[in-house]
Design a protein around this ligand. Structure first.
Ligand code: FVH
Length: 298
């Protein structure tokens, strides 16, 4: 009986660190032929046993397939692999480059231009997942993509194998910008959580008891970003205010005194409080904290 099989797009992976290996594993498991290259060959051994074809040079890996996925440490390593000696003289015309290496927006745009000059199509990606989330859809991990919409649509099915896909525009820098925006917010959250744990550090309070309270509170407060967005769009920072800036600034000495009493440095909180005070001094007491955003933008 004839089998109804559609050949899946073969993929080349450049970079087999923790993330590159996790990505490659999902393509193999989904039945995609996978060609891999890594600067340190030993790191390819695991995927080789799972069916990947390991090649000796980046140039061989690029020549093997049309769809090339890069997941390297940083933009400098991408430079070394793509623009450096490994690929010198390799014809990239007709190649589809998908770069999942964390970059700045400017680096992503420069890379897109670099690819265009060589006749390659380019998509940039920002991974919103850690390696254990790759290939596990219920974890909610996904990747931001930006650059050529045609290229994204052509490969969307293949790119959806390791994680969800969210396309954010033709500007190649937008995936990186979204990635860095979300991760920056994450670091702000981590900073707040670090201060909270520091406050109880010397007390007879189990950090494991505080953790669920903290997590629930952060989740409860997270929807506030929708009101911020609404205020930014309308330009009316008094819209829907529940806790005015004036009231919140009045509360800041309590936070700073508590930190002092607990022997905790205020260095994570103080910069934000300083911006709040500046905003109040400008006469924004009846507003939300949204004006802080405008103070940050040069
Ligand atoms: N792992 C994570 O939690 C995060 C989650 C969000 C996205 N990031 C980004 O993903 C990129 C790769 O991260 P990774 O976790 O795979 O990183 P490593 O395990 O450290 O592997 C790095 C790979 O890059 C290769 N490499 C480094 N420098 C060079 C170079 N000069 N020339 C060629 N390859 C280079 C390295 O090769 P080797 O050390 O094994 O020879 C690995 O393949 C990254 O942008 C994260 O920000 C991950």
């Amino acid at each position: 009986m004839a089998q109804n099989t559609v050949e899946k797009t073969p993929v080349t992976m450049l970079g087999l660190g923790a993330m590159g290996t996790a990505l490659g594993r999902t393509w193999l498991a989904a039945g995609h032929a996978l060609t891999v290259w890594n600067r340190t060959p030993a790191r390819a051994a695991a995927l080789a046993t799972e069916g990947a074809k390991v090649v000796d040079t980046a140039a061989e890996a690029v020549a093997a397939n049309t769809l090339i996925v890069l997941c390297l440490l940083d933009d400098t390593s991408v430079d070394e692999v793509l623009a450096g000696t490994d690929l010198a003289g390799t014809d990239l015309a007709g190649t589809d480059l998908v770069n999942l290496t964390t970059s700045t927006p400017a680096q992503a745009r420069a890379r897109a231009e670099w690819a265009r000059e060589r006749g390659a199509r380019y998509l940039d990606g920002g991974i919103m997942a850690v390696p254990p989330m790759i290939g596990v859809p219920e974890t909610g991990g996904y990747v931001f993509y930006s650059g050529s919409r045609n290229l994204f649509e052509r490969h969307q099915e293949t790119l959806s194998v390791p994680a969800g896909t969210t396309y954010v525009g033709e500007d190649a820098g937008f995936a990186a910008l979204h990635d860095v925006a979300l991760l920056s917010a994450m670091y702000g959250m981590f900073a707040g959580a670090a201060h909270a744990f520091a406050l109880i550090r010397k007390e007879d309070i189990d950090p494991a008891a505080l953790a669920p309270l903290l997590a629930d509170w952060l989740v409860a407060m997270a929807p506030a970003v929708h009101q911020t967005a609404d205020q930014l769009r309308s330009g009316d920072y008094t819209k829907g205010v529940v806790s005015s800036l004036a009231m919140q600034v009045a509360g800041t000495p309590t936070f700073l005194s508590t930190a002092e009493q607990q022997g905790v440095s205020p260095e994570l909180l103080s910069p934000y409080f300083e911006l709040m005070r500046r905003l109040l001094a400008e006469g924004s007491g009846e507003e939300d904290l949204t004006g802080v955003i405008d103070l940050l933008v040069n």
